[in-house]
Design a protein around this ligand. Structure first.
Ligand code: MG
Length: 249
C-alpha cells in the first residue's frame, strides 16, 4: 500500500529535504583531489548535528557511516573510508536525514576537476534522466511513466540503466512502498496521487548495467568496472505538480 502524507507530515518532510539538499551542496563544494572520502562523512555528521537532524543511513541494516560515497566504478553504497579522491574522478554522494521521524534522501555525482568527455556525458544524462522522471511525477500518471522516462533518457545516449537497485517511497521510513524502478514500459503500476512521496534515483553506467556487491557487504560496483553516476531527489506529488523536497534552496 502506498501511504499518502498529510499536510503536517509533508511539512516535516520539507524540513528534512531542506537539510539534505543543503548538505549535498555543501559536500559537493568540498570535494577535491587528495581528500579522503572519510572526511566527507565527518563533515556530513557535523552538518546534520548542527541542524538537529539525524543521519538516515548510519546503522541502517548495520551501515557504518552517515553518508554513502561511491567513486568511479562504485555505483552506490560506498563506505566513506581512506580512499583518496583524485582529479578526474566521479564522486557520487548519497545523503539521507531524519527530522522529527521523517526522512529525506538525495544524491549527486560530482565531477572532480576535468573528467573525460564520456564521463561528463554520463553525468549529464543521469542528471537529466532524474529531471525527466520527476516531470512524470504528476497526479493521474502511472508509476512506470517515471521509470520509462528515466530509462529512455539514459539509453538515448547509449548508457546502461542499473536494474538491481531502484528508487522507493519515503516518509516515516527510509524505504517505503512502492519500489520505483529506473526501467520498464510506460503506463503500468499504481496511479499517482497527491500526497505520495517518492525517492527517484537513476543509476547509470558507461558500460554494461550489471553490478556486484564487494566483500564489505555494501559497496555496489559495475561488474565490468565501468564508470557509474547516481542522482536522486525526494519528490512529493501535489495537486500543483511535483515538488522537489531536496532541491537546495
Ligand atoms: Mg534512495
Amino acid at each position: 500500500m502506498i501511504e499518502l502524507k498529510t499536510p503536517q507530515e509533508l511539512k516535516w518532510m520539507r524540513r528534512a529535504g531542506e537539510v539534505v539538499g543543503g548538505l549535498l551542496v555543501t559536500l559537493a563544494a568540498l570535494v577535491r583531489p587528495g581528500m579522503k572520502t572519510r572526511e566527507l562523512d565527518e563533515r556530513a555528521m557535523a552538518y546534520l548535528h548542527d541542524r538537529g537532524a539525524q543521519p538516515a543511513f548510519l546503522g541502517y541494516r548495520g551501515f557504518p557511516a552517515s553518508i554513502c560515497v561511491s567513486v568511479n566504478e562504485e555505483v552506490v553504497h560506498g563506505i566513506p573510508a581512506e580512499r583518496e579522491i583524485c582529479a578526474g574522478d566521479l564522486v557520487s554522494l548519497d545523503v539521507g536525514a531524519v527530522v522529527e521521524g521523517f526522512y529525506a534522501d538525495a544524491a549527486i555525482t560530482v565531477m572532480v576537476g576535468p573528467v573525460s568527455a564520456q564521463a561528463k556525458r554520463l553525468v549529464q544524462a543521469t542528471s537529466q534522466a532524474l529531471e525527466e522522471g520527476i516531470a512524470r511525477a504528476v497526479e493521474g500518471n502511472r508509476l512506470s511513466d517515471i521509470s520509462h522516462a528515466v530509462q529512455q533518457r539514459v539509453e538515448h545516449d547509449g548508457f546502461g540503466v542499473v536494474r538491481d537497485f531502484v528508487g522507493h517511497g519515503i516518509g516515516r521510513a527510509l524505504h517505503e512502498d512502492p519500489p520505483v524502478p529506473n526501467f520498464g514500459p510506460p503506463h503500468v503500476g499504481p496511479r499517482l496521487k497527491a500526497g505520495m512521496v517518492l525517492a527517484i534515483e537513476p543509476m547509470a553506467t558507461l558500460g554494461r548495467y550489471d553490478v556486484e556487491v564487494l566483500r564489505d557487504g555494501w559497496t555496489a560496483v559495475t561488474k565490468d568496472r565501468s564508470l557509474a553516476a547516481h542522482f536522486e531527489h525526494t519528490v512529493a506529488i501535489t495537486e500543483d505538480g511535483p515538488e522537489i523536497l531536496t532541491r537546495p534552496g
